[in-house]
Design a protein around this ligand. Structure first.
Ligand SMILES: Nc1ncnc2c1ncn2[C@@H]1O[C@H](COP(=O)(O)OP(=O)(O)O)[C@@H](O)[C@H]1O
Ligand SMILES: [Mg+2]
Length: 360
């Protein structure tokens, strides 16, 4: 296994600008790192540059201690799993798994052993004689994983491999890939636009937007201390609630609130955004809480909890509260929030920074 290091990697496809810009990432040997970001932010391009399928416009790619800039894909010792499984339809599962190894002229015994091992790990030993057309979506995705496994590469790259599966199967495969990672101790880079996959699977998350890295940290650190407004809004479902306002003399001021922030004494900014997570809006009043009056707009009862939608200063807000009561649209409620849970972001163009922390 090997570490992967990207040093100031950029990609410009055409005159329209950079798809990837100045990306620095270090993935440790044996780590499962998640690249997460919205569609079109450059995730696949980054993976393809690691694999050598796309040449970077600038910067260096290291696998282990080797700079692989000039190595073709087949010499980078990487296996990639894609969203569409791309199995050979006329070959059996066994032949699909063995194909890449035959091309590499491995001995027959070695091939049989590797296929048997991978099939056992993935629980597809009983499917080896079948054609892909006789497999379910989940089984096909397992075969695609198996094709990567038999290669025993330095690094596994996954490009949204579960997007074609239904929700239940996706959740199941998600845990299987995590288990596989624990079992193999392999270096894996997993790309997804799904923040739930990012939160649940990775040792570390690398949040990407518009071709640049926004934040690199453990899932919980990204959730609890988002580095900027983009990460704050992207990670977490339902999304963080936001309120626009300004800072004057260290207080956040919006149409209906004035909240002093101790650590920002005297600070003034024309535009800031206040944020709070849906589960941090409470119906019981804790000590020192701020109160917020709301008229419910939409109610979603999820069984274990309820999502209560309301409008605050022309923005939709969501509170996530324990299920139990029968909430209904039009109902008036008081929500309470702990000032320590508030997050404040500066609104400078493209350079959203988290600026806060404690209130009075
Ligand atoms: N071969 C290409 N030629 C031109 N533009 C491309 C090419 N591949 C990707 N792009 C552009 O680069 C950006 C990043 O694409 P991609 O890496 O596929 O995003 P993601 O995988 O995050 O959805 C997009 O704007 C996309 O249109
Ligand atoms: Mg992609």
């Amino acid at each position: 296994m090997s570490a992967v290091k990207l040093v100031n990697i950029s990609k410009q496809f055409d005159e329209s600008g950079f798809a990837v810009r100045g990306v620095n990432i270090q993935i440790k040997d044996g780590e499962l790192a998640i690249l997460v970001g919205p569609s079109g932010c450059g995730k696949s391009t980054i993976l393809r540059m690691i694999a050598g399928l796309e040449e970077q416009t600038g910067g260096d790619v290291f696998i282990g201690d080797t700079c692989v800039n000039n190595l073709p894909p087949r010499r980078r010792d990487i296996a990639m799993v894609f969203q569409d499984y791309a199995l050979y339809p006329h070959m059996s599962v066994y032949e699909n798994l063995a194909f890449g190894l035959k091309l590499r002229h491995l001995q027959r015994d070695e091939i049989e052993q590797r296929v048997a091992e991978a099939a056992a790990i993935l629980g597809i030993g009983n499917l080896l004689k079948r054609k892909p057309s006789a497999l379910s979506g989940g089984q096909r995705q397992r075969v695609a994983l198996g094709r990567a496994l038999v290669r025993q590469p330095q690094v596994f790259l996954f490009d949204e491999p579960l997007s074609n599966l239904d929700a239940k199967l996706r959740a199941q495969m998600r845990t299987e890939i995590s288990r596989l990672h624990n079992q193999l101790g392999a270096t894996m880079i997993y790309v997804t636009h799904d923040q739930v996959e990012a939160m649940t699977m990775g040792d570390r998350i690398i949040v990407i937007n518009a071709g640049t890295v926004q934040q690199v940290d453990t899932p919980l650190a990204v959730y609890n201390k988002p580095a900027n407004l983009f990460t704050a809004g992207f990670i977490g479902s339902p999304s963080m609630n936001f309120l626009k306002g300004r800072m004057a003399a260290g207080s956040f001021i919006s149409d209906s609130f004035e909240i002093p922030f101790r650590q920002l004494k005297g600070e003034t900014r024309p535009e800031v955004t206040l944020g709070i997570r849906p589960e941090q809006l409470h119906l019981n009043r804790p000590d020192n809480a701020l109160a917020l009056s709301a008229e419910l707009d939409v109610v979603e009862q999820l069984g274990s909890e309820s999502l209560l939608y309301f409008n605050l200063e022309h923005r939709q807000w969501i509170a996530r509260v324990p299920a139990g009561e029968n909430y209904r649209p039009g109902q008036k409620l008081e929500f309470y929030l702990n000032p320590a849970d508030l997050q404040l972001f500066a609104d400078a163009e493209r350079d959203y920074r988290s600026i806060i922390v404690e209130t009075d």
